[in-house]
Ligand binder design. Sequence first.
Ligand SMILES: Cc1cc2nc3c(=O)[nH]c(=O)nc-3n(C[C@H](O)[C@H](O)[C@H](O)COP(=O)(O)O)c2cc1C
Length: 244
Amino acid sequence: MNDTINLLMNHMSIRKYKDQKVEKEIVDTIIKCGQMAPTSSHFQHYTIIEIKDQSKKEFLSEIAGGQRWVKEAPLVLLFCADLNRGKKYFEDTDKEVFSNTECYTVAVIDASLALQKSFIAAQSLGLGGVVVGGIRNDVEALSKEFKLPEMVAPLCLLCLGYPDENPGLKPRLPQEEIHKVDFYDDSNQELLINEYNQTVKDYYIERTDGKTQDTWTKRSGSYLMAKTRDEVGVFFRKIGFLKK
Ligand SMILES: Cc1cc2nc3c(=O)[nH]c(=O)nc-3n(C[C@H](O)[C@H](O)[C@H](O)COP(=O)(O)O)c2cc1C
């Protein structure tokens, strides 16, 4: 074990923060670390918007279905997949190419890696936080509020602050289920999923004094169906993504 492994192994989403500002120098370091994430062909297809205005934080919290931590977090960063910059400035390109699924995929990966690097940097500096995808409940309103141009897709927030809770580690799938060697071996899958369902159920029973007894498959299914957000694809096409 070293300090980095220790940090990574102790990740937990933090949704309650101390009333303590995050200094500008720390914010700059967090963003700089995000920028040092690997990026496909050095394209850097993302933009990060720091939300300082409290009324905008409240707007985001509302859109995300009233998620309290969005308006309470001292530092809120909106991560966007951004093909607008490349489309405008990359030389000798067929502009149509930016609308293909490959470009969209690359932009989402780039933005996600930058987000994760920022998150780890923040955690290493004593901050805690949570990724919030709930803002995609209304991508059109979001786009308007933050004046996003065509080919800039809002993906999610990274809400950060100094932790004022310790929710504990959430169990992950058995390593064997996600780590395969040489081919996609799913011969043990049912057993592993059943085992994991029991682990997750025990976790929720303990965490909620028995009020929640969900298994992983049950909870994931109901979360997925609660918000399918089919309109995200429609809007992303409208602003130029995913046309071919
Ligand atoms: C893409 C993405 C979207 C997420 N959206 C939300 C969200 O809208 N609200 C929330 O409270 N947590 C959200 N989370 C946090 C997850 O719920 C959390 O990471 C997961 O349950 C595992 O828990 P842990 O981070 O504490 O280990 C999101 C995480 C990711 C990666």
